[in-house]
Design a binder for this molecule. Structure first.
Ligand SMILES: [Cu+2]
Length: 195
């Protein structure tokens, strides 16, 4: 198990603290974590599901009276999904793939984790700064790999709940599970012809 801080900044304040269990104890750029490893009592649990070529996020808030449901948000090539994270909360991530190897990457967290079909990789992160960041796929996964972007919003806990309750009101409840049968995010025809 390792505990890493982001690289030193001028104000010496990391954007996030990442905790994981590695095979070799290195704070490596591409950390692989054994399936089944879990953080004890995380504040929040979120699944990041990669597929060609976007991300789906599931927020497991069914036991939390402030939300009371699993909430999902799925992106497409044309509409990058948002990922909301509450500041100063310990967030357990489960990283999954529907099809090929992807890699969940938030460059400003100095961390990425592979999304591999058939296994669950986990890590814990505690964002420590409110802000907006860009997330990416760090594993070349096909024609639209570079479109696998997502917007990361580190917000206060009340703002996080407000966001999830907004999605709940829109009917985005229930888990979108790993499902290799629904692998490919539709490619818009306009983009197809321009590539
Ligand atoms: Cu990818």
């Amino acid at each position: 198990m390792w505990r890493g801080r982001t690289a030193a900044r001028a104000d010496d304040a990391p954007d996030a603290i990442v905790i994981g269990a590695g095979h070799n104890g290195l704070v490596a750029a591409n950390l692989l974590v054994d399936a089944g490893w879990t953080v004890a009592n995380p504040d929040r649990t979120i699944m990041a599901l990669g597929q060609r070529w976007s991300w789906t996020f599931n927020y497991y808030e069914q036991d939390n009276p402030a939300v009371g449901a699993v909430i999902h948000n799925a992106g497409t090539i044309e509409n990058y999904p948002d990922l909301y994270l509450p500041v100063n909360q310990r967030i357990l991530f489960k990283v999954e793939s529907n099809d090929v190897d992807h890699s969940f990457w938030i460059p400003e967290f100095y961390f990425k984790m592979d999304a591999i079909p058939g296994r669950t990789n986990t890590f814990e992160v505690t964002p420590t700064k409110v802000g907006t960041y860009l997330g990416k796929c760090a594993e070349l996964c096909g024609a639209y790999h570079s479109q696998m972007l997502f917007n990361v919003h580190v917000v206060t806990l009340p703002e996080y709940y407000a966001y999830l309750n907004d999605l709940k009101a829109k009917g985005q409840t229930g888990e979108i599970p790993v499902n290799p049968e629904t692998t490919t995010v539709p490619v818009p025809s306009a983009k197809e012809t321009t590539k």
